[in-house]
Design a binder for this molecule. Structure first.
Ligand SMILES: NC(=O)c1ccc[n+]([C@@H]2O[C@H](COP(=O)([O-])OP(=O)(O)OC[C@H]3O[C@@H](n4cnc5c(N)ncnc54)[C@H](O)[C@@H]3O)[C@@H](O)[C@H]2O)c1
Ligand SMILES: CC(=O)N[C@@H]1[C@@H](OP(=O)(O)OP(=O)(O)OC[C@H]2O[C@@H](n3ccc(=O)[nH]c3=O)[C@H](O)[C@@H]2O)O[C@H](CO)[C@@H](O)[C@@H]1O
Length: 413
C-alpha cells in the first residue's frame, strides 16, 4: 500500500504539529530541528551530550556541514529552538539517535533507540506522534517499538500515532536535500503517516509517499545497499582492470557510454556512517537471501588493505621512504572521518613501519599552509592522494612538474 501526496498541497485533515521534541540532535536531528524552528515551530532538541546541547543554545556548534553553523545562528532559529538534556512534552516526538553495529558480529545495536523511546514515555500524551527517523532494521517498529509503547500502557495506532520516515540526506548537501528529497513515510496506520507528513510540510518541496512501517524500514536499507553493492561492483572491475594493466577509470567511463550502464567510481573503500552499516541490517533479518549484499560489503571492506598493498608496491624502490598521505575524510569534499577508509590505509602503512605524515585540509588539526613547502620540509619521497578533495586534486595538478623535478613520486586514488 503505497500512495503519493505533494508536500506543497496540504491534503490531510490531520492536526498540525506545532511543538516538536527531537531526541538526538546530531547529523540528522539537528538539521530537522533547524528547519522546523526556522518555520516558526517550537522545537526542543534533546541530546544526552551536554556539549551538543550547550552549543545549540549558544549557537556555536562547530560542525563543518555547509550552512549548518550560519542557519543555527539565525534569529528565528535561536528563538524557537532550545537544546535540553531531558525530554519534555510536545505534539510530536522524533527519534534520531544512532543505530550502530556491534562488533565483531555486525548485529544492530538498538540500545540508543530503546533508550530514546524510554526517555519520552513519561511525556507522551494521547494523540501525540512518535516518528522514527533513525535507520532501523526491518520489523524494529512492529517488534520492538510497538511492544515498548504497549508495555508503558499505550495503544499505538489508537491513542498514540507511530510513523517511520527514514532520513535520506546526503552529508555535504544536507540543507538542499532535506527540502528537495522525496520523503517516504510509513505509518502504523494511514492517519499516523499523514500526521508525520505535517512535520515536513512546512519546509518540504518534494513528494511524500505513504506506506506501512516495514516497507519504510526496508526502503531505506535497500537504497543504501544498492549504492554499496554498486560501489563494490566498480571496485571489483577496477581490480580486474589493474590485473590487466589498464586504467579502470577510463574503461568505466567508456562502459558508461552505453545507454543502460551507469557504473559508479571505484575507490579506496566505502566509509561513512551509513553504507558500511545498513546492509548488515538486512543480513540480520534474512541471512539466507543476502549473499550478494554481504559479499559486496566484504569487497568494500577489503579495499583499504588492497590500497595499502598498492602503495607498498609503488614505494618498494625507496629505502625507508617518507610518505605524505593526503585525505582523512570518508569521502571527497567532506570532513567526516567516521569509518574512513583513508584512515585505515594510513594505519596499515604505519603498522608496517612506514614513515607517514597524514594531512587533510578539511579536518581541524590536520591542515597545512602550503603543500609544496610541507613536502619540501619533510623531504617526502612519495605523496599519496587518498581522498580526491577538489582542492587537493587542483593543488597536486599545479605541483605536478615540481614533484617530478624534485623526484617526489605521486600516487593518486
Ligand atoms: N549521518 C548520516 O548521513 C545519516 C543520514 C541518514 C540517516 N542516518 C541515520 O540517522 C540516525 C542518527 O544518525 P546521526 O548521523 O544523526 O548520528 P549522530 O551520532 O550524528 O547523532 C546522534 C545524536 O544522538 C545523541 N543520542 C544518543 N542517544 C541518545 C538518547 N538516548 N537521547 C538523546 N540523545 C541521544 C548523541 O549524543 C548524538 O548527538 C542513525 O540511525 C543513522 O544511521 C544518518
Ligand atoms: C543511497 C545514498 O546515496 N545514500 C546516501 C549515503 O550517504 P554517504 O555520504 O554515506 O554516501 P556516498 O556519497 O555514496 O559515500 C559513501 C562511501 O562510498 C564511497 N563511494 C561513493 C560513490 C562512488 O562512486 N564510489 C565510492 O567509492 C565514498 O567515497 C564513501 O566512502 O548514506 C546516507 C546515510 O544513510 C544517505 O542519507 C545518503 O542519501
Amino acid at each position: 500500500m503505497t500512495s503519493r501526496s505533494t508536500a506543497s498541497t496540504d491534503t490531510t485533515d490531520q492536526q498540525a504539529v506545532e511543538e516538536v521534541v527531537i531526541i538526538g540532535t546530531g547529523f540528522v536531528g539537528l538539521p530537522l530541528a533547524i528547519m522546523l524552528a526556522s518555520k516558526g515551530k517550537t522545537v526542543h532538541g534533546i541530546d544526552i551530550d551536554k556539549n551538543v546541547v550547550k552549543a545549540i543554545n549558544d549557537g556555536t556548534l562547530n560542525v563543518n556541514e555547509k550552512e549548518l553553523n550560519s542557519r543555527l545562528k539565525e534569529d528565528t532559529v535561536q528563538e524557537n529552538l532550545v537544546g535540553q538534556t531531558e525530554p519534555t512534552s510536545g505534539d510530536a516526538f522524533v527519534i534520531s539517535v544512532p543505530t550502530p553495529l556491534t562488533e565483531p558480529n555486525k548485529s544492530p545495536d538498538m540500545s540508543h533507540v530503546e533508550a530514546a523511546v524510554d526517555s519520552i514515555l513519561p511525556y507522551l500524551e494521547e494523540g501525540d506522534l512518535v516518528n522514527v527517523e533513525s535507520t532501523i532494521p526491518p520489523l524494529t517498529c512492529g517488534n520492538h517499538i510497538v511492544p515498548q509503547l504497549e508495555r508503558a500502557g499505550y495503544d499505538p495506532g489508537d491513542d498514540i500515532q507511530l510513523a517511520h520516515s527514514p532520513e535520506r540526506i546526503l552529508p555535504g548537501n544536507v540543507f538542499e536535500e532535506i527540502v528537495t528529497n522525496d520523503r517516504i513515510i510509513g505509518g502504523i496506520d494511514r492517519a499516523s503517516a499523514e500526521r508525520a507528513a505535517k512535520l515536513y510540510e512546512p519546509f518540504l518541496e518534494a513528494e511524500i509517499y505513504y506506506t506501512d512501517l516495514v516497507s519504510a524500514e526496508l526502503c531505506k536499507l535497500m537504497e543504501n545497499t544498492y549504492r554499496d553493492v554498486n560501489v563494490a561492483l566498480a571496485n571489483e572491475f577496477a581490480l580486474i582492470g589493474d590485473q590487466m594493466d589498464v586504467n579502470p577509470d577510463d574503461i568505466i567511463e567508456l562502459a558508461n557510454k552505453h545507454p543502460r550502464v551507469d557504473l559508479l567510481r571505484p575507490g579506496i573503500g566505502v566509509g561513512g556512517h551509513c553504507l558500511p552499516v545498513d546492509p548488515w541490517f538486512l543480513n540480520e533479518v534474512d541471512p539466507e537471501h543476502t549473499n550478494l549484499i554481504t559479499t559486496a560489503r566484504r569487497i568494500n571492506d577489503m579495499m583499504p588493505e588492497i590500497t595499502a598493498k598498492k602503495i607498498r608496491r609503488a614505494v618498494a624502490d625507496h629505502v625507508d621512504p617518507k610518505i605524505i598521505a593526503l585525505g582523512a575524510a570518508y569521502k571527497p569534499n567532506n570532513y567526516d572521518q567516521r569509518n574512513s577508509p583513508a584512515n585505515e590505509v594510513v594505519e596499515e602503512l604505519c603498522l608496517d613501519g612506514y614513515r607517514v605524515t597524514h594531512y587533510d585540509r578539511h579536518i581541524d588539526g590536520m591542515g597545512y599552509d602550503d603543500l609544496q613547502a610541507t613536502i619540501a620540509s619533510e623531504s617526502a619521497d612519495v605523496v599519496v592522494q587518498l581522498v580526491p578533495h577538489d582542492e587537493t586534486v587542483e593543488e597536486l595538478d599545479e605541483l605536478d612538474s615540481w614533484l617530478s623535478s624534485n623526484d617526489v613520486d605521486l600516487l593518486q586514488f
